[in-house]
Write a protein that binds this ligand. Structure first.
Ligand code: GAR
Length: 201
């Protein structure tokens, strides 16, 4: 089974969706390690409650991005990780990290619209009527990698960042485990020499 490492920075509700899918035996992959760059976050408790190794590697303990990433790479390799999932991990990764693993990220918007932080607020501020979530392979840009799958979410009159964010997250929790399963089973693939991902989730 494909060995998965999950990087988190916060609540870990997407991590929980992955762990629930693993428990229900619908993931087709095994979460071996969870790493948070922030101490004390709920994601760490969720991992430990599911019996998965969880540790904190704080970016503040390193003098450069390269040194921080080198530690992440070393720990992930020690656990034999083949697929890295960024589930609310709020740090940019160095080229060295990106070439070391297959990496996917979940983002709360229909990329390429509204990259970066506060994606739901960006959608509201633009008066968009539809937003959603995207899972994509990670490249050296911020939320720019090849798109694997997206789900649309309506923006309703009276929505604020919280109500819209919750509606997007409900969709994320279905999409992210489904993408991991599709990758684990070889149902999606990046067309070589292009940014297109073929196959269905
Ligand atoms: C998720 O909504 C994810 O899409 C977002 O952070 C949230 C983490 O929630 N990621 C980004 O905005 C990345 N640009 P969680 O910790 O409850 O899974």
């Amino acid at each position: 089974m494909k060995r998965v490492g999950v990087l988190v920075s916060g609540s870990g509700s997407n991590l929980q969706a992955i762990l629930d899918a693993q428990k229900a035996e619908s993931l087709g992959a095994e979460v071996r390690l969870v790493i948070s760059n922030i101490a004390g976050v709920r994601a760490l408790d969720r991992a430990r409650d599911a019996g998965v190794s969880a540790e904190v590697i704080s970016h503040r303990d390193f003098s450069s991005r390269e040194e921080f990433d080198a530690r992440l790479i070393a720990r992930l390799k020690e656990h034999g990780i083949e697929l890295v999932v960024l589930a609310g991990f709020m740090r940019l990764l160095t080229p060295k990290f990106i070439e070391s693993f297959q990496i996917i990220n979940i983002h709360p918007a229909l990329l390429p619209s509204f990259p970066g932080v506060h994606a739901a607020k960006q959608a509201l501020d633009h008066g968009a009527k539809i937003t959603g979530c995207t899972v994509h392979f990670v490249d050296s840009g911020c939320d720019t990698g090849p798109i694997i799958a997206q789900r649309a979410v309506p923006i309703l009159d009276g929505d604020d960042e919280e109500t819209l964010g919750a509606r997007i997250q409900a969709e994320e929790h279905r999409l992210l485990p489904a993408v991991i399963s599709a990758i684990a089973h070889g149902r999606v693939r990046l067309v070589s020499g292009s940014r297109r991902v073929e196959g269905s989730v």
